[in-house]
Design a protein around this ligand. Structure first.
Ligand code: ADP
Length: 516
């Protein structure tokens, strides 16, 4: 196996404390600063959107109410025109009956009805002037507006009699149909004429009061005879904002970010643990190198002694008069040395014995494991200018495997493939991971476009220490096979007809298909 990537080492480097972060509180804040900034920004955005929505909603409700108020008041004003027009059609009768005097009883807003007979003067100048206007325009005309008393007068010039109505503004309002509660509504509603104002609904606060938002709607009544401007005003202070919702959104965002952080931390932890496993493997390999050197040293001595003793015994037995006791002694010494050598080998075996595998077998997705291995090997793939294609055939499936061992197998197979393709021109390098499943097993095929496995190497590649690579240890595939067998899987190798090698890992399915 070639050298393993070292990028994870940098990622695992601990965050060394700096001067500013020496206090635990500051250190925590520094560590979480990006999350805090994200939380503040998101909370501000969410809060602004909620506040904006609330203001838009309030504005719409205000506009709707203002339109209703204008319509209701206009209907009343038009009614006054109609009443005057009806009065103008009346002819004074000899009986002295004055039916117009019954109008105040029918319409609460009509305080009084007066008329002017030919030759008689109106008792106020404003009524005379209004009659002039009315005569000219052939329509009712406004005579006087008294905002303090809440009244106005209007006149319709007629023949022979002209009529005038005195209207009470408060009673003119159809309170039963009014869109808001006049006592508690925050909206101020007034009638304006020539800079004079009569308030119909006080509202909570004046439009200029405090900081916040001011809404206003102005529209003149829908009749020329009573050109009052209906003005609706609403002042919204900071208290009108949806603070509870804004607070809730801030808390929810904090929870969501905490969950995201925990998730990322979990992923990071998992990646680190895989890296730790891999580093452990490297350490084991290094130890193995040292053990091999020690083994060579320890075996050299008994083997040399064995050789010397057996050669001496052989020489003695070749003599014309063989010295059997001495030859026997030499042979016994050789046996002793052979035993010593055997003990050295046994001791070494015990030392390098691998931990048992298969203990942590769980149901996992083979596709996910392949993706994870490729993710970790991304830098190697880039360095080797090789693109890895993953083809999943058939339905998704889960296998029964030990996650770390599985990843290590895939990792080793991919690394072998990359090493095998080193001599292949970059444009011809193909690495393909094929996932398929049989009724009982999940299968992963790792195919490359390298030179393939040499015919004489094919039966031996899973043997420990078998290698054709310069500087290779010949332990990668043997380890993969041991790990595979440990979890009930099978690893085989073959050459592809089109060239290149194929390694097939077959692992029992977590839920095998029931037998037909
Ligand atoms: P190492 O990589 O140290 O040689 P391995 O056990 O991983 O040890 O591989 C053993 C041998 O198997 C390699 O030396 C090589 O001859 C052969 N081999 C492994 N993978 C491939 C491959 N993808 N293509 C061709 N030969 C391979």
């Amino acid at each position: 196996m070639g050298p393993l990537c070292t990028w994870a080492l940098c990622q695992n480097a601990p965050n060394l404390p700096t001067g500013a972060a020496s206090s635990p509180m500051l250190a925590t804040l520094k560590r979480l600063r990006y999350w805090l900034v994200a939380w503040i920004v998101l909370s501000l955005v969410a809060g602004t959107l909620l506040a904006r929505n609330e203001l838009v909603h309030q504005r719409e409700a205000f506009d709707t109410d203002a339109r209703i108020v204008h319509r209701l008041l206009s209907q009343r004003a038009v009614q006054h025109d109609a009443i005057l027009a009806t009065l103008a059609l009346l002819r004074p009768n000899a009986s002295g009956d004055h039916p117009e005097q019954r109008l105040p009883a029918l319409y609460s807003q009509i305080l009084s009805v007066s008329s002017r007979s030919p030759g008689v003067q109106w008792h106020t100048r404003s009524l005379s002037d209004a009659e002039e206007v009315s005569r000219r325009t052939q329509k009712p005309a406004l005579a006087a507006f008294d905002p303090a008393m809440g009244r106005y007068q209007m006149v319709l010039a007629g023949q022979p009699e002209s009529y005038a109505l005195t209207i009470d503004i408060h009673n003119m309002v159809p309170w039963t149909e009014w869109p808001s509660n006049a006592n508690s509504s925050p909206v101020r509603i007034s009638l304006y004429l020539a800079g004079q104002e009569r308030v119909l609904q006080k509202g909570l606060r004046g439009p200029s009061a405090g900081k916040g938002w001011n809404f206003e709607a102005r529209k003149v009544l829908a009749t020329e005879s009573q050109p009052f401007e209906v003005v609706s005003q609403l002042h919204l202070g900071w208290a009108a904002l949806p603070w509870s919702q804004m607070l809730a959104s801030t808390l929810l965002l904090a929870l969501a970010l905490l969950a995201a952080k925990a998730l990322l931390q979990q992923r990071e932890e998992r990646r680190r643990s895989t890296e730790r496993q891999r580093l452990g493997q490297i350490a084991r390999l290094n130890t193995l190198g040292e053990l091999a050197a020690g083994m060579a040293h320890e075996l050299n001595q008994p083997l040399t002694a064995m050789l010397a003793n057996t050669q001496a015994a052989s020489r003695m037995l070749d003599d014309t008069e063989p010295d059997f006791p001495l030859a026997r002694q030499a042979m016994q010494l050789a046996v002793q040395q052979a035993r010593r050598a055997s003990e050295v080998v046994t001791r070494l075996r015990r030392t390098v014995e691998r931990p048992s595998t298969g203990g942590n077998v769980v149901a996992i997705s083979l596709a996910d494991a392949a993706q994870r291995a490729l993710y970790v090997l991304e830098p190697d793939l880039q360095r080797h200018k090789t693109q890895a294609d993953v083809h999943a055939q058939g339905r998704p499936f889960e296998i029964q495997a030990e996650p770390v061992a599985l990843e290590q197998i895939i990792h080793n197979l991919v690394q072998n493939a990359l090493q095998a393709m080193e001599q292949t021109a970059p444009e011809n390098r193909r690495l393909c991971l094929i996932l398929e499943c049989t009724p009982t097993h999940g299968v992963l095929r790792v195919q490359d476009s390298g030179p393939g496995i040499f015919a004489e190497a094919l039966p031996r590649i899973f043997e420990p220490f078998f290698t054709t690579r310069e500087g290779g240890l010949g332990l990668g595939l043997s380890l993969c096979e041991t790990l595979a067998i440990g979890m009930g899987a099978k690893l085989t190798a073959a050459n592809l007809a089109a060239g290149g090698a194929e390694f097939i890992l077959s692992v029992p399915l977590a839920t095998p298909e029931p037998l037909p």
